[in-house]
Write a protein of this length. Structure first.
Length: 231
């Protein structure tokens, strides 16, 4: 697995086009979804934009769905899910990009998330620091571009959050303020970029940082977007 530290950019090569344990676009269903979504686009930028919006809005964001079983992070598994949190959605976007010939890796950052609910905050042990927030990093027109497809448009509308938009040329990351000028997201630490999901590191860090019930995939009894927001 190739790792590029924070502040550096990956060296483009075939490593970012290979199927892997988690970016398993060699599975027919993943490749078929990628190709059908990108159909009609001739440029890598156009394909990447279509794939981004398909993942952003096709899977509901669910921070209650953190499941640390390794199989839950394979793109083929995410493809069958109805909801996921940021890392599986980033894995899926990365795999789909590779499936249509776009070099792609995955990056993570620690963020202070001001978009939370009473139940989520309690489940996370009162913490608003979300470690290893995940996003895809794609090589487009000679540059590596970040794309965070986590928050679906329905969630953004519900909580008054500015949706993350992607044009294939600029980074698509969370906005620091929402539509009502409330604090939304603060990026506090960049962990770098990998050519495959660093599952062992992420699972270890999540287990050490959060209460056990936050990372066990247990049913929360409510959808995140139906909760009471904490401002």
């Amino acid at each position: 697995m190739r790792f590029t530290p924070a502040g550096e950019t990956p060296t483009p090569d075939g490593e970012y086009l290979k199927p892997t344990r988690f970016f398993d676009f060699d599975r027919e269903e993943v490749r078929r979804f990628a190709e059908s979504t990108a159909r009609g686009e001739s440029s890598d930028v156009g394909k990447a934009v279509k794939l981004f919006y398909a993942v952003r809005d096709g899977w509901r964001y669910d921070p209650f769905a953190i499941d640390l079983r390794p199989e839950a992070y394979a793109a083929s598994h995410v493809l069958r899910a109805k909801a996921a949190y940021c890392i599986p959605k980033a894995v899926l976007l990365t795999a789909l990009a590779r499936a249509v010939g776009i070099q792609a890796g995955i990056g993570t950052s620690d963020v202070v998330n001001h978009l939370t609910t009473e139940k989520l905050k309690a489940r996370m042990g009162g913490k608003t620091l979300f470690i290893h927030h995940g996003y895809a990093v794609m090589y487009l027109e000679g540059s590596w571009v970040k794309a965070a497809p986590a928050f679906n448009i329905e969630l953004c509308d519900r909580f008054g959050v500015l949706p993350t938009e992607f044009d294939g040329r600029s980074h698509a990351i969370f906005q620091p303020y929402d539509a009502r000028n409330r604090r939304h997201m603060e990026y506090v630490r960049d962990h770098g970029v990998w050519s495959d999901l660093p599952y062992e590191r992420i699972s270890r860090d999540l287990r050490e940082f959060y209460p056990a019930n936050a990372v066990g995939g247990e049913d929360a009894g409510e959808r995140f977007e139906d909760g009471v927001r904490v401002d």
